[in-house]
Design a binder for this molecule. Structure first.
Ligand code: GFP
Length: 828
């Protein structure tokens, strides 16, 4: 039997592993059954894909009983739940997570061994669904894991993109995007429900009509698509609770017009179908450039409307809609689902025939909004033109919401036209458009930022008028990460060491890691901890050799910067550090033997339309090529840029890293979650006072964190004085030499033009103040080198990082959401 960490008396502790048969024998039997019945092959004739599928289906079978039971429980005794609306879920592989959650890992491993199958080969078969770009999508995946683990009734709603985030390759050091056809072989984790499809409408016009004496509006749409739901199970960690992730796929309504087809116009017959089905075709791999605007708005409305409609349909016919806020909270993950606000209003007013005021009172209580950015260009706006064409009724509703809102503003402040213009949901310049963040703020019961500093800047800088107007509406929930995936699964060595020291239970109560503090003083524990890190580096070495032909050298400080490529995150600053180290050696100013051996590892995708980001990728690869081939720094400096960074790779890189690079310009990174994952895996952070770095440093202590760079007020002050990057270039010899070396063509075969745009951007624009923070960064990196020389002291600091970062569990984030925003009753 599998021991239950919550204790047998825990109300959710079902009998350990019910389902088909909680034994190795039972697992084998079910596996063979699935192989025969679901794949149609015998074990002897099966290939890797067959075995992986049959294996995954077997794991699924164990979770099914619980899932159905939970759905029944929620139907029979409904309590307030959370509908998490997110355009992205960066799930990562599911197999190990589901094994862990169901406590089946040991049984399954033995069962496969009994069949002569290496479970690692099955793991390798799984294609990760890349249904997200970066932090925002990964956060959503951590949150649904924590919601299930805390047994909060939740449906995660999103889009089942046929092609997820592109697969990145490099050609000549430059990014090339390949389609991510993750569904080619099918997914064993999904349950299609075509019978539960919903019709989603677009276009057309609106009209008013007389409804037995009451004038009403209605929408007469022009075209429709079917939203087909696919369900995924989201199991809580060993608690018998299973929630649902429901992703929508677009299907044409009349996919096959036989009349047109028979007339011989095959193209016309499939045209409408293609158009409709494009809606869930691709995840937009960009977050700030205006591309595919119309299709993107279609996607947003498609999933928001399908999800809201789906929830409402599950309510009993006699449900009193005024009590809707007691039943559900729609959490808006950024502005992508905000079009759901006028959609709920439309359903309540036009379809359910509620009075406007009553409908608005309900709506304002049913939504809550999380903002994930501070970059003005990332705050979505939709042109009134486009909205009017695609969603005419929703636009009318937005106008009315705005009118009534501005009336309230006028009531409070009089005719302060400036303020009214600043607060209007509709902006007039440069084009008439809807500011989705404003709409979300007006329509939500709460608005939260994702780290202390971010929430403060949101209140003070991004939405100050709204903060004044709505006292108490703004709050903070600092992000978190799931320790199940990012410690237990990613770092089994560390997990075992922690459990040996402090016992079980910490994976669902991560603050207990504090108990490790005393172990930091124990030399044996430090030795064991250092050995885990070394083993993780060896494991990464194997992965890298297989995957990319890279080696991770022994004795090197492993310095990792893995995240989306964006100028504000400042991969460029990291490059300048590497070039400086290299230049100091090749110019003879420093002996190679005097520098700390380091391997720099990068992972980053650039949005395909983001030219500067792609140039930076090219530069990193070019620098790597030169540095790695130069005998003068051999054994000292190495640069690895691993293509197609994804969740699967993160789980290998993060546990191996010594140093975590979190070097965004202060005031730009909303939170960061990679920073948390690294610290929890015992990497030390070099970082600015930005996002959640601030909280990490507060918790781990200044002496266990490498802080550099300007603070947010200092950044503001420098802007105000007038920032001239060239002055910084002139003032620092190392910086001058590094930039000159890049400009000289040293990394581009002598061709100075290749990286010239980067160089002139740095010298004459440098929006993210790379040059201003350079000196302080280089000085702090020297402290990193010095600190690393004392391995034992480094390990001590690393252990304290782990011990003091329990706060960053996504379970804590979810508890904060419950206490500050959702007010869902405890289910336990
Ligand atoms: C965005 C923000 C991050 C934040 C995440 C999750 O992620 O600072 O941690 O959302 O809230 F920028 P990225 O898209 O930048 O990865």
């Amino acid at each position: 039997a599998v021991p239950h960490p919550l204790g047998a008396s825990h109300p959710l502790a079902l009998a350990p592993v019910t389902g088909p048969a909680s034994s190795v024998d039972g697992f084998v039997r079910q596996f063979l059954r699935n192989l025969n019945h679901e794949r149609g092959v015998a074990l002897s004739a099966s290939n890797d894909a067959d075995r992986y599928f049959a294996f995954a289906l077997t794991v699924r079978d164990y979770l099914m009983a619980r899932w159905l039971e939970d759905l029944r429980r929620q139907r029979e005794k409904p309590s307030k739940g959370v509908a998490y609306l997110s355009a992205e879920y960066l799930l990562g592989r599911q197999l190990d997570n589901n094994l862990l959650a169901s406590g089946l890992t040991d049984i399954a491993t033995e069962a496969m061994a009994a069949c002569g199958i290496d479970i690692d080969e099955l793991r390798a078969q799984e294609v990760e669904p890349g249904l997200g770009n970066g932090g925002l999508g990964r956060l959503a995946a951590c949150f649904i894991d924590s919601l299930a683990t805390l047994a909060v009734p939740n449906t995660g709603y999103g889009i089942r993109y046929e092609y997820g985030i592109f697969r990145q390759t490099f050609e000549g050091g430059q990014q090339v995007e390949q389609p991510d056809a993750w569904l080619t072989l099918g997914s064993p984790w999904e349950f299609p429900h075509p019978e539960a499809s919903r019709r989603i409408s677009f276009g057309g016009h609106t009209e008013t009509y007389d409804d037995e004496g009451t004038p009403r509006s209605r929408w007469v749409p022009g075209w429709h698509v079917q939203a087909v739901p696919y369900n995924y199970l989201v199991p809580g960690y060993l608690n018998g609770w299973v929630n649902t992730l429901r992703l929508w796929s677009a299907k044409a309504t009349d996919s096959f017009d036989l009349r047109v087809f028979n007339s011989g116009d095959y193209e016309e017959a499939v045209r409408a179908q293609t158009y409709a089905e494009n809606i869930s075709k691709v995840l937009y791999p960009e977050d700030s450039t205006p591309q595919g605007k119309e299709l993107r708005l279609q996607q947003q409305y498609f999933f928001a409307a399908a999800s809201i409609g789906d929830f409402l349909e599950q309510l009993p016919d006699d449900f009193d809609l005024t009590t809707l806020p007691d039943r559900i909270i729609f959490q808006l993950n950024d502005t992508h689902p905000v079009i759901g606000v006028p959609e709920l209003m439309r359903v309540l007013v036009d379809e359910k025939k509620l009075e406007w005021d009553a409908a608005w009172a309900i709506t304002q209580k049913c939504f809550a909004y999380t903002c994930h950015t501070l970059l003005p260009e990332a705050l979505e706006v939709w042109s009134v033109d486009l909205l009017g064409r695609l969603l005419p009724r929703q636009l009318e509703i937005i106008y009315r919401i705005n009118e009534e809102f501005l009336d309230e503003v006028r009531e409070r402040y009089g005719d302060d036209e400036m303020r009214i213009r600043n607060m209007s949901i509709i902006s007039e310049f440069p084009d008439r458009s809807v500011r989705m963040a404003y709409l979300a703020t007006v329509a939500s019961s709460k608005v939260n930022g994702v780290a202390k500093l971010h929430s403060q800047l949101l209140r003070e800088k991004v939405l100050p008028d709204f903060n004044e107007f709505y006292p108490g509406k703004f709050t903070n929930v600092t992000n978190g990460v799931t320790p199940r995936r990012f410690i237990r699964l990613a770092n089994p060595g560390l997990s075992d060491l922690i459990t040996e020291a402090i016992g079980t239970g910490w994976l669902t109560d991560l603050e207990r890691l504090r108990e490790l503090e005393t172990y930091a003083e124990n030399p044996d524990f430090r030795a064991a901890f250092a050995e885990v890190k070394a083993a993780n580096k060896r494991r990464l070495d194997r992965v890298m050799r297989d995957r990319d032909g890279f080696e991770i050298s022994d004795g090197h400080l492993l310095d990792a910067m893995v995240k989306r490529l964006h100028e504000y995150k400042r991969q460029m600053l990291k490059v300048l550090h590497i070039v400086t180290e290299y230049e100091r050696v090749v110019s003879g100013r420093v002996a190679a033997s005097d520098i700390q051996p380091r391997t720099f590892i990068f992972g980053a995708k650039a949005a395909p339309g983001y030219v500067m980001a792609k140039r930076i990728i090219h530069l990193i690869n070019a620098v790597g090529e030169v540095v790695n081939a130069d005998p003068r720094v051999e054994g000292r400096l190495k640069v690895l840029f691993t293509p197609n960074y994804n969740v699967t790779l993160a789980e290998r890189v993060i546990p191996a890293a010594d140093l975590s690079e979190q070097i965004s310009l202060a005031g730009k990174e909303a939170s960061g979650t990679g920073n948390m994952k690294f610290a929890l895996n015992g990497a030390l952070t070099i970082g600015t006072d930005d996002g959640a770095n601030v909280e990490i440093r507060e918790l781990v202590g200044d002496e266990n964190f490498f802080l550099f760079g300007m603070s947010e007020p200092e950044v503001e002050a420098l802007w105000a004085r007038g920032y001239k990057p060239a002055e910084f270039y002139q003032a620092d010899e190392n910086l001058r030499r590094a930039i000159d070396l890049i400009a000289s063509g040293a990394f581009s075969g002598g061709d100075k033009s290749v990286f010239e745009p980067i160089v002139s951007n740095l010298l004459y624009d440098d929006r993210f103040m790379v040059l201003a923070d350079y000196s302080s960064y280089i000085a702090e990196q020297a402290k990193v080198d010095a600190a690393y020389a004392d391995q034992d002291a480094w390990t001590h600091a690393a252990i304290l990082n782990v011990a003091r970062c329990g706060f960053f569990s996504s379970d804590r984030s979810i508890r904060d959401y419950i206490a500050r925003i959702w007010h869902t009753p405890p289910v336990l």
